[in-house]
Design a protein around this ligand. Structure first.
Ligand code: UD1
Ligand code: CA
Length: 490
């Protein structure tokens, strides 16, 4: 059979009133992808030239869609007067013999439904072919009902149903193929005498002599009019994705509570735990372990990486056998090299941590290049920002950064060098050396008892001398003993 010339027209101009968010529903994401892109990508995979009818928030939708489909054409429906009117607005762009028209709010449709509709339409030479589904009330609420009387098929919108809505459980899915000649002849005959005062596309059906339908499971043709319906559809999509990864050898603990976006990839043998979010183009290698509540957003992880619970990783690369977290924050195109370890309450921003290097506790490493086998002590801070600009810190191979070191960037810590704990490092530290930059310790033997006596006598409290207040403080008392600073807490 000669393949027919078909073009697709997607109706996407509506106001999304029932969403009640004030924004178009078509840019809401399901599993990380905008609703409208499910439809446009499906049509592209079927090689159907596509026209999108836009109106409400047209510019925002156009920007997203044309970034993915530069060849797609746009028709404008300035005023939203119904689905029939939306199709009228595309008329100048009709070029094929048949028009595949579908709603833009049905992201779960599969290729096989469209293929079957095209095949049946072509075989039957119908004026109109469309998809129906059988479902129970109240699931059918809001859908147009497909009614057949004396061999004549028509669609009645729920608002216009005279009989009880429960009487018909055959619903209109919102996917149609019209012969162009039929649409040209009858589109202009649509009227707005109905409950919504709109031009209903569905009123075309009863004007056709030769109509055929195909059936599809309700879950594949769900239309999304409300946030609740979006939630239901996303659950279906998420379950579909997780099942697919399970078939490919990914173990999910508590799959019902894991979230996986449509555009991620997960290697065999990887384990994903409760509440983990694997999103936004993330690639996970084989045999990784992702513990509960980890968020991995736009990252690439090689094989056998462990991400302990409550870690947040964004826009970064983690090489094989590295360990992250718990409670780590990696962002800004950081690179964690093989077998490196980032421990709890450590933040890395635009930093590379070399092979086998470790930053195991409580550190901020920003704009830093850290070599191999370096050790970053607890409490280390790279002071990368001076209020105006960002500066680099370089820590070379095998360097050992003592706890609570403050590294004032730009600064370089040479290979094998040490910084003493508590140092404020402002100058370059040469390779193989020890940098100490802190106050020396003075021990005043036997002084503890003296202090206690002073405190007991209240000498550390302010004294009222009558005409002025004299401050006799703990520090003041110490000053008499040439001690410059002392602090303490109990
Ligand atoms: C429509 C069908 C209904 C079917 C259901 C399937 C009509 C009259 N009714 O109802 O029979 O069961 O889909 O989900 O077609 N749009 C425009 N311009 C407009 C109005 C809508 O482009 O003026 C677009 C919307 O953006 C949306 C699509 O058309 O993508 C469908 O509109 P919607 O309001 O969701 O129709 P339903 O009430 O769901
Ligand atoms: Ca709808």
């Amino acid at each position: 059979m000669k393949s027919p010339s078909i073009q697709a027209i997607v109706l996407a101009a509506g106001k999304s009133t029932r969403f009640n968010t004030g924004r178009t529903k078509l840019l809401e994401r399901l599993c990380g992808q905008e609703m409208i892109l499910y439809t446009t990508k499906l049509l592209e995979s079927l090689n159907l030239p596509t026209t999108l009818v836009l109106g409400y928030e047209a510019d925002a939708i156009k920007k997203i869609v044309t970034a993915h489909h530069p060849a797609l054409t746009i028709a404008h429906q300035e005023e939203q007067k119904g689905t029939g009117h939306a199709l009228m607005c595309s008329q100048t762009l009709w070029h094929a013999d048949h028009l595949l028209v579908m709603n833009g709010d049905m992201p779960l449709v599969t290729e096989s439904i469209i293929e079957e509709l095209i095949t049946k339409h072509t075989e039957s030479n119908a004026d109109v072919s469309f998809v129906v589904s059988h479902c129970d009330h109240p699931v059918a609420a809001g859908y147009g009902r497909v009614i057949e009387t004396n061999g004549k098929i028509k669609i009645i919108e729920e608002k216009d149903l005279k009989t009880a809505a429960t009487e018909s459980c055959c619903i209109n899915a919102g996917i149609y193929i019209f012969k162009k000649s039929f649409a040209q002849d009858f589109l202009s005959t649509l009227q707005t005498e109905n409950a919504s005062n709109e031009y209903y596309l569905t009123d075309l059906i009863e004007k056709a002599n030769n109509v055929i339908t195909i059936q599809a499971p309700f879950d594949t043709i769900r239309g999304i009019n409300t946030l609740k319906e979006l939630w239901s559809a996303e659950q279906i999509k998420r379950a579909e994705l997780i099942s697919m990864w399970m078939e490919r050898g990914v173990r999910f603990f508590a799959a019902q509570a894991a979230h996986v976006d449509v555009n991620v990839s997960i290697g065999k043998g990887t384990v994903i735990s409760y509440g983990a979010h694997i999103i936004n183009g993330t690639v996970l290698g084989a045999n990784c372990v992702i513990e509960p509540f980890a968020v991995i957003d736009n990252c690439t992880l090689s094989e056998s990486v462990i991400v302990y619970s409550h870690s947040v990783l964004r826009d970064s690369t983690i090489e094989s056998n590295a360990q992250i977290g718990p409670f780590a924050h990696i962002r800004g195109k950081s690179i964690i090299k093989q077998t490196a370890v980032v421990g709890n309450f450590v933040e890395l921003k635009a930093t590379s941590l070399g092979v086998a290097s470790k930053a195991k506790h409580l550190a901020y490493l920003g704009d830093a290049r850290i070599g191999e086998h370096a050790n970053i002590g607890a409490g280390t801070i790279t002071c990368n920002h001076n209020g105006i600009s960002k500066n680099q810190t370089t820590i070379e191979d095998f360097a050992y950064i003592g706890s609570n070191s403050t590294l004032i960037a730009p600064v370089t810590i040479g290979k094998n060098a040490y910084t003493a704990a508590g140092s404020v490092i402002t100058k370059q530290v040469p390779a193989d050396s020890l940098a100490i930059a802190r106050a020396y310790q003075i021990n005043k033997e036997g002084y503890a008892a003296k202090l206690r006596k002073k405190f007991a006598q209240g000498e550390d409290k302010p004294k009222d001398t009558g005409n002025e207040t004299e401050q006799v403080s703990f520090v003041g008392a110490l000053k008499t003993h040439n001690d410059s600073a002392l602090s303490g807490n109990t």
